[in-house]
Write a protein that binds this ligand. Structure first.
Ligand code: SF4
Length: 99
């Protein structure tokens, strides 16, 4: 989510598809029912799918370890899963090779 208060002044923000849109679409509400959350996330991700700066947005969220909200079409849980896979891949590739 490219909320201006959240990210500083990254140049890519000015091209975001969500600029000026309702931020509630990208963040969970307290006590949000699962079916409501899934529908909200699906709607937000559709916006991200059409966003010309989605890659920048996802990279920003991953690099800054953004813990909340949908960024670059990824939920917080999806970013955590991505981080876990990346750490696993690094660990696997750095193991000594036994001959
Ligand atoms: S990828 Fe999604 S959250 Fe990120 S700037 Fe674009 S529309 Fe907003």
């Amino acid at each position: 989510m490219s909320g201006e208060a959240d990210q500083g002044n990254a140049e890519w923000q000015q091209f975001s598809a969500c600029r000026g849109s309702n931020t509630e679409l990208f963040y969970p509400r307290d006590g949000e029912a699962q079916h409501v959350r899934l529908r909200r996330e699906r709607t937000a991700k559709q916006l991200c799918d059409a966003c010309p700066v989605a890659r920048h947005c996802a990279d920003y969220a991953l690099m800054s370890k953004e813990r909340h909200g949908i960024w670059g079409g990824m939920t917080a849980q999806e970013r955590r899963n991505h981080e876990r896979r990346a750490r696993f891949a690094v660990a696997r590739n750095s193991r000594p090779v036994s001959l």
